[in-house]
Write a protein that binds this ligand. Structure first.
Ligand SMILES: Cc1cc2nc3c(=O)[nH]c(=O)nc-3n(C[C@H](O)[C@H](O)[C@H](O)COP(=O)(O)OP(=O)(O)OC[C@H]3O[C@@H](n4cnc5c(N)ncnc54)[C@H](O)[C@@H]3O)c2cc1C
Length: 345
């Protein structure tokens, strides 16, 4: 980082780190990403993923993050569908438990009731949401970052002080679970999740999701070349193993969900080859809360200013553009560029 632009180091190259790096770059910063490539794949590589914006403690912040992220993903879907792996698709959602709806969110996602309401359910809706194929989206973000001059370097950062090299004005911490040690944050906790990739050989046309009628959620997300079946949400579990019982449980629940959604071939789901994956979500919050995302500026007594952007839990793919914009504004308060257009056009 040798020129006169502010030098910013981003820690982490998951969806949050890469999105933040792009936001910083279009606001004029000289950006370098350091990423620990030595361990298990980050959560961002395992996520299926669908636009699922779980709320945090502040409703106003949640709304602005959600709206901004939806707009960015919708623009990417419209301008770069093939390369980016992002498309807008229909989700049918079945609620067995009362849930809090939000008029602004329903408008954003064009949410409509499904009729007639199946017996025993509180709600059934159809909505239009970004579907993000992370096997294509993450490499696309990385290519995009490199093409605008962002360096991505494999390096594990031991402490923020290690980055006090005279050229780094600001550090943006997007280390996800790594923030437990890096930022000494005891509110960060792992949440294990398992998913199955199968061929769509039974003509599933839309994604489906329920809210855990028997205590466990089922979902099927439809992508161009496969279906992703989920899922599990094991709090405080930090390993990358899948297990047969959980996988069979997911398949059973997904068949039931498909049947409820009226697919006549529900019983043939996942009869062919299956590929299973497990990942660990970086949740944050007090007991029972998972998306108390930390976007905050922290002055260090020695070393560069640190901006934190981590703790996205179950919603990192959904909310990354929103929190990236907030983090970039904290890192470069004088910047005036409108970022999205330059990145997405
Ligand atoms: C099974 C599953 C299903 C999911 N489904 C969805 C979904 O449908 N919708 C949705 O929005 N979200 C979903 N999520 C959640 C989403 O994947 C996460 O919220 C998101 O990936 C978090 O991104 P991140 O960049 O913060 O963290 P990560 O992707 O974990 O990235 C962290 C990065 O920090 C780096 N790092 C850590 N420590 C250091 C260090 N000391 N030095 C240098 N680098 C470091 C790591 O190498 C990595 O690059 C799902 C997750 C899982 C596991």
């Amino acid at each position: 980082m040798t020129d006169s632009r502010p030098g910013v180091v981003v820690i982490g190259s998951g969806v949050v780190g890469l999105t933040t790096a792009l936001e910083l770059r279009v606001r004029g910063a000289n950006v370098r990403v350091y990423t620990d490539a030595s361990g298990h794949p980050p959560a961002s590589r395992i996520a299926p993923a669908l636009f699922t914006p779980y709320p945090g403690p502040d409703e106003t912040v949640f709304r602005s993050r959600t709206e901004r992220s939806y707009a960015a993903l919708a623009a990417i879907a419209s301008n770069h569908a093939d390369e980016s792996g992002v498309h807008l698709g229909v989700l049918h959602e079945y609620n067995y438990h009362p849930h809090e709806s939000r008029a602004w969110l329903d408008r954003l996602m064009d949410t409509r009731p499904l009729t007639p309401l199946p017996e025993g359910l509180c709600a059934a809706t159809s909505s239009r949401r970004p579907h993000v194929d992370m096997r294509r989206y993450l490499p696309w973000l990385e290519r995009r970052a490199r093409s605008v001059g962002i360096e991505i370097i494999s390096r594990r950062v031991g402490s923020f002080r290690d980055l006090d090299d005279g050229a780094t004005d600001t550090v943006v911490n997007c280390a996800g679970l790594g923030s437990r040690t890096l930022a000494g944050d005891g509110l960060i906790k792992p949440m294990h999740g398992q998913v199955i990739h199968v061929q769509n050989d039974i003509g599933v046309e839309r994604s489906v999701h329920d809210d855990a009628p028997g205590g466990l959620v089922a979902y099927i997300f439809v992508f161009r070349d496969r279906l992703v079946l989920g899922g599990t949400f094991d709090a405080d579990r930090d390993d990358h193993r899948t297990d047969e019982d959980s996988i069979e449980g997911i398949v059973d629940r997904c068949r039931g969900l498909l049947r409820l959604d009226g697919n006549p071939r529900w019983n043939d789901l996942a009869r062919g080859p299956r590929t299973t994956f497990a990942g660990v979500r970086p949740t944050r919050g007090p007991a029972g809360a998972f998306e108390h995302i930390r976007v905050e500026r922290e002055e260090q007594t020695n070393g560069p200013v640190v901006i934190h952007n981590y703790g996205h839990g179950r919603a990192g793919v959904s909310l990354a553009w929103g929190t990236a914009a907030e983090a970039a504004s904290l890192a470069l308060p004088a910047s005036t560029a409108r970022p999205d257009a330059a990145i997405i056009a």
